[in-house]
Design a protein around this ligand. Structure first.
Ligand SMILES: Cc1ncc(COP(=O)(O)O)c(C=O)c1O
Length: 464
């Protein structure tokens, strides 16, 4: 462990305030601590500049330290930041969000999406008086709370009774969903999933060279069932809409978590792309360009259970926190939404994604590495595979990270902001042109013979 990692881990369990930021997620040569960020670059304490694809765990959609967003936040700081009654910006932003989404009647602010998703499950349980939560297994994270973490391998500290109340189904596999409906008939309170997954549907006008291997992450034969195309044929099977219909039929609350998909998929969220209307929706991360804000929103009949103006109804104690509506974050969100509204910034993200997916996959193919290193998924949020014999290889992931960091690229995953332009795409492709022949040689010898100082590990593992 490096000195800085020791210092961090000595005083902070996990060494950071998100496990994804921990030293076990990065190669040894990664900067251990960062000083600042500007645009799509971050700087370490020695002022070394890195092209960043982490983007504050996907929270920074317009680039770090965006002047307009910062000024909007500063205006609210100067207004007091946290007042004794609701603030003007609170009402203004709630209305702005409501106006943008046809299925949103009411809005509740929080600091973390984890709390907002948990709030949604609580509302659901209160609404239909049932206990079981179905959550999608292919989506890596919904909340730090027990109902979710208890359904992962990290169950320590969570009573079995709670763990037993969350069941999992697979994305784009309607049968796995239907079998749970049958098994837990009239017991399922809500379904929690994202509106997208690793797979890349056909999108008119966008040509992506997705390698064949990428289909491993989504059955190619079922490709049409999560497509979105402008003129969707509503007679065709469509996983998300089928889930929505089944929820309606069975009085199950349909919850879509747009923490990642909002707003890179579309200004109106991924739900708009896929033409679905959840009962409850969660936004977070990018909504305030890195300022801390999460949103739980949705239909009045469910959201209003948390109200105080309905007479003689038993109340639900919904999200209620001192800092939930901190004005600086709300100011930042309001400006971020204004800047995203015309779609230009989001278009830049898609365009950068297309360039790096096609470019990196071509370079990988030319080097005979397309089975090992390739990008897949949607251009607005591509994933990077580091496989050996069709299986994710932590050693290959570490090796690629090490080499990218030597080229001053921090790419633990790929989160694109609208600050990532042509220059950055060219820079990344150039780095891959230099790196991949070297990796090819090392893999050919035997990757197991390489002595790594630190191998990147999965966040969800039972033991250290
Ligand atoms: C889809 C999704 N939902 C919820 C969360 C939790 O968000 P937060 O870290 O704001 O609690 C995350 C975090 O990565 C996420 O990716």
């Amino acid at each position: 462990m490096k000195k800085i990692d020791k210092q961090l881990n000595n005083v902070i369990p996990g060494g950071a305030h998100t496990y994804s930021r921990g030293y076990d997620q990065f190669s040894y040569n990664a900067p251990g601590i960062l000083k600042k960020g500007k645009g799509c670059y971050v700087y370490d304490n020695q002022n070394k500049k890195y092209l960043d694809y982490g983007m504050g765990l996907r929270a920074v959609i317009l680039g770090y330290a965006n002047k307009k967003v910062n000024n909007s936040a500063i205006k609210q700081i100067n207004n007091g930041n946290n007042l004794t009654r609701p603030s003007n910006i609170e009402l203004e932003l709630a209305n702005k969000i409501k106006k943008n989404f046809s299925y949103i009647d009411m809005v509740k602010f929080a600091k973390n999406s984890s709390n907002a998703v948990t709030g949604a499950t609580k509302l659901a349980r209160a609404y239909n008086n049932r206990k079981i939560i179905l959550r999608c297994l292919d989506h890596p994270f919904f909340s730090f709370d027990d109902w979710f973490i208890g359904s992962t391998s990290l169950e320590r500290g969570i009573p079995k009774e709670i763990r037993n109340l969350t069941k999992t189904f697979k994305f784009n596999d309607i049968e796995s969903f239907k079998s749970l409906l049958k098994k837990y008939k009239n017991q399922i309170s809500c379904v929690v999933l994202e509106a997208s997954s690793f797979c890349c549907p056909d999108i008119k006008g966008i040509k992506i060279q997705n390698p064949v291997q990428a289909f491993k992450y989504g059955n190619p034969n079922k490709k049409s069932s999560y497509n979105y195309i402008p003129k969707q044929d509503y007679r065709k099977p469509h996983f998300l809409r089928e889930v929505q219909q089944l929820c309606k039929k069975n009085n199950i609350v349909f919850i879509i978590d747009e923490t990642i998909t909002g707003f890179r998929w579309h200004f109106k969220g991924a739900c708009y792309r896929y033409k679905i209307s959840p009962d409850l929706v969660i936004f977070g991360k990018a909504i305030a360009n890195g300022f801390s804000l999460a949103v739980l929103a949705g239909k009045k009949k469910i959201m209003s259970l948390g109200s105080i103006d309905t007479l003689n109804k038993e109340r639900v104690f919904l999200l209620s926190s001192t800092h939930g509506a901190e004005m600086s974050s709300l100011g930042a969100a309001s400006k971020t939404l204004d800047l995203l509204q015309n779609g230009k910034e989001i278009k830049k993200i898609w365009s950068h994604g297309v360039k790096i997916i096609n470019g990196i996959n071509k370079i990988s193919k030319n080097n005979g590495l397309i089975d090992n290193i390739f990008l897949f998924g949607l251009p607005c949020s591509p994933y990077i595979a580091t496989n050996i014999k069709n299986k994710n290889s932590p050693k290959l992931k570490t090796l690629l990270q090490e080499e990218l960091i030597k080229h001053k690229i921090l790419m633990p995953w790929i989160s694109i902001s609208s600050s990532h332009g042509n220059r950055e795409a060219k820079y990344v492709l150039n780095a891959f042109r230099k790196i991949l022949p070297k990796i090819k040689k090392l893999i050919k010898k035997d990757i197991n013979k390489i002595k790594f100082k630190n191998i990147v590990k999965p966040v969800f593992r039972k033991f250290n």
